[in-house]
Ligand binder design. Structure first.
Ligand code: PGA
Length: 257
């Protein structure tokens, strides 16, 4: 099955209502790039206002709690972000894992909660610079992804539609220097093989695998030409419509045939 490339903006802790005009510009531009699936994950406070106006783009959250509700001051459940208009949630981002001590088991529980609430999930994985230097990147990512993915019984039937994996090496995030296309190719093929092993021949080949880490309009085409790259998770370059849609434009080309 050929999937549309998926280009997702992770706004992180950037954006007040002043950014709504940028979201509008992204939405308008996305209507001219129908071969690409464009989405943004703004801060929680902007999910509903963007969702209300968006005609083309999907809106998502950057995290959610693993429980449905209760005495969890400051937390937000999967059902709440869905109620605000989110159709997907990014889980296990390295800034959550390192900045908030999120374990693989917690990410797995969050993914189970998000699926149960009807959300799509973008599950992030990636190794640190130290792990790569020690030659253990492949083993680390395999273990991390396997332990972060819910058990088969908790996975929805239409999995390839609901699950996306994002490979984001920590050393490439926000540095301006993405991983090399060789490193991306190696890790994406490892992740593809693992998805087939865990999810089976039916679903494993169709789950999209995004690359994330310093994707910009000028390096995007080379990254999208790598086998098994199904799109990008974009931080800094997703904050303006110009740079974000420059990446979407690059995504519409290698997938044309
Ligand atoms: P970056 O962030 O594009 O700014 O490197 C990517 C991410 O953290 O998802």
């Amino acid at each position: 099955m050929t999937r549309r490339p998926y280009i997702v903006g992770n706004w992180k802790m950037h954006g007040t209502r002043a950014m709504l005009s940028e979201a509008r510009a992204i939405d308008r531009a996305a209507q001219r790039h129908m071969k690409v699936e464009v989405a943004i994950a703004p801060p929680y406070t902007l999910i509903h206002p963007i969702h209300r106006e968006a005609e083309q783009i999907a809106v998502g959250a950057q995290d959610c709690h693993h429980e449905d509700g209760g005495a969890h001051t400051g937390d937000i459940s999967a059902a709440m972000v869905a109620d605000a208009g989110a159709s997907f949630v990014i889980l296990g981002h390295s800034e959550r894992r390192t900045g908030h001590g999120e374990s693989d088991a917690l990410v797995r529980a969050k993914a189970g909660a998000a699926f149960a609430a009807g959300l799509k999930v973008i599950l992030c994985c990636g190794e640190s610079a130290a792990t790569r230097e020690s030659g253990k990147a492949v083993a680390f990512v395999k273990k991390q992804l396997k332990a972060s993915l819910p058990e088969a019984a908790q996975l929805p039937a239409e999995l390839a539609e609901r699950l996306t994996v994002a490979y984001e090496p920590l050393w490439a995030i926000g540095t301006g220097t993405p991983a090399t296309t060789d490193d991306i190719a190696e890790m994406h093929s490892v992740i593809r093989a693992l998805l087939i092993e865990l999810l089976g021949e039916e679903q494993g080949p169709d789950v999209r695998i995004l690359y994330g880490g310093s994707v910009k309009p000028d390096n995007a085409a080379a990254i999208f030409a790598v086998p098994d790259v199904g799109g990008a998770l974009v931080g800094g370059a997703s904050l303006t419509a110009d740079s974000f849609m420059g990446i979407a434009l690059a995504a519409s080309e290698p997938f044309e045939n």
